[in-house]
Design a protein around this ligand. Sequence first.
Ligand SMILES: Cc1cc2nc3c(=O)[nH]c(=O)nc-3n(C[C@H](O)[C@H](O)[C@H](O)COP(=O)(O)O)c2cc1C
Length: 560
Amino acid sequence: MRERRDIRNGFRPDPIPHEVLLRVLEAAHTAPSVGHSQPWDFVVIRSEETRRAMHELAMRQRDAYAKSLPKGRAKQFKELKIEAILETPVNIVVTADPTRGGRHTLGRHTQPQMAPYSSALAVENLWLAARAEGLGVGWVSFFDEREMVRELGLPEHLEVVAYLCVGYVDEFPEEPELMKAGWSKRRPLSWVVHEEAYGRRTLPGGDPHNLLQETLRGIRPLDAKALGEAWERQKRMTKPSGALGMLEIISAQLSGLSRQCPPPIPEPASVAIFAGDHGVHAQGVTAWPQEVTAQMVANFLGGGAVCNAFAGQVGAEVCVVDVGVASDLPSTPGLLPRKVRAGTGDFTVGPALTREEVLRAIEVGIETARDLVAAGNKALLTGEMGIANTTVSAALVSIYTGADPAEVTGRGTGINDEMHARKIDVVRRGLELHQPDAADPIGVLSAFGGLEHAAIAGLLLGGASLRTPVILDGVSAGAAALVARAIAPEVLAACIAGHRSAEPGHVAALNKLGLRPLVDLDLRLGEGTGALLALPVVQSAARAMHEVATFDSAGVTEKN
Ligand SMILES: Cc1cc2nc3c(=O)[nH]c(=O)nc-3n(C[C@H](O)[C@H](O)[C@H](O)COP(=O)(O)O)c2cc1C
């Protein structure tokens, strides 16, 4: 099973003897199936004409998919081979007949999808048997299924489960081709095994651990050896020493974080926008109605917000996570539904969240980091949307910097003097009510929220544990980073301050964190916009380490 591979390269044109193909098809036909309905058929295609027609269909879908990708991904995708329709002597279409077995197929009563699942099991059998025969198999799913049914002249009631390219190969790579190309990473088994209940992750024989504890164990300081190599390389690069200023610090940080010099170029990248609502909105701390949170989420998903424009410009993916929007959001491509609760409680009258809810929101952030990194992202960016969330950020910054609420409470989306005074008073009342203990970061988040702050803290911790850089956006990210640092000080190894926002609390947070922002343009929007603008700067820092010649290699004389 470990040696089975999806193969797209290196096929030989040799024909497949009938007895070999028969053994492979027999293996497929012994697969388990719902109600023993055996819903599969196998259409063996050898004709070059048919394969050409299928190849054309697949190429059209490939182009459509490429156009749908963010630039950072599209560059990678261009290098990938996704089919071997014309290079293989045999293509096999595996179908599922949802009507086979009659109306009362045992086990398909409530789950009609069991028919195609059964055919997929036949594919796996076929794949393993082919491997044993030295045959490579490549599964192609770049088809519009109905278009395919028509082109192949299949009966209309059939579903196409798989289109397989089969032929002899000389070798089976040890790792999936997508992994070798840096497109994806293998998820560890420990991420996906739960004992008794979802979330109690453990491998058989181990103790169930919570996700936060496991994540904290993976967070390490910057690697001294790689850091040293980076500083050394900076000195040897064909430029005056220190001439790249802050970029030299960033590239050294990236080296220490990844334990590699030069460090991986942080591309592709994804901005994770966590959305949540706030009970403190009821105190009149913003001019915007609460429903704008959900409306802006719809705008992000529709591609019409500033973050979409900036992400398009810098080639990043936009990933929107509902961690606590007050209203129900319709299921939409690009939206991760991870609602912990529908908005926080008003922190001026009681705790915003329970400790349990805080931990769940942190886990949402950790899992988002895991998913994005396993999907091949090499940089994460923070983003957030939550009407009234600068009030929460101000409280968190005040707690962790010791600054008076009046110094760190800004005007957010733009409020008048009267509302600003009320906002400061609201923060002050919250601090008096909860008497927060900065040494208890979960307690602090429980008192004030917000769900998106907790999730961003989780994203930072998750990114750090996966040795992946996280570019911070504005004041909410700064506030969340202060909380994350209180949970695990070494989290800062992964953090890069993308920009400095116009919110006064952000400056206080960055000073406390000891982070220098890369972009300073009076932005105060959120949504990850400042982090997105900083992404090319971070990428340039890493690229310089890869591409700039050294004095010795370029034959350039050094300064006396
Ligand atoms: C349902 C399914 C559809 C797939 N479709 C494609 C495809 O269209 N093009 C492609 O290159 N690989 C395709 N693959 C192969 C996967 O990329 C491959 O299984 C994965 O990268 C893991 O590699 P491995 O099979 O070598 O372990 C598909 C695999 C499955 C299971």
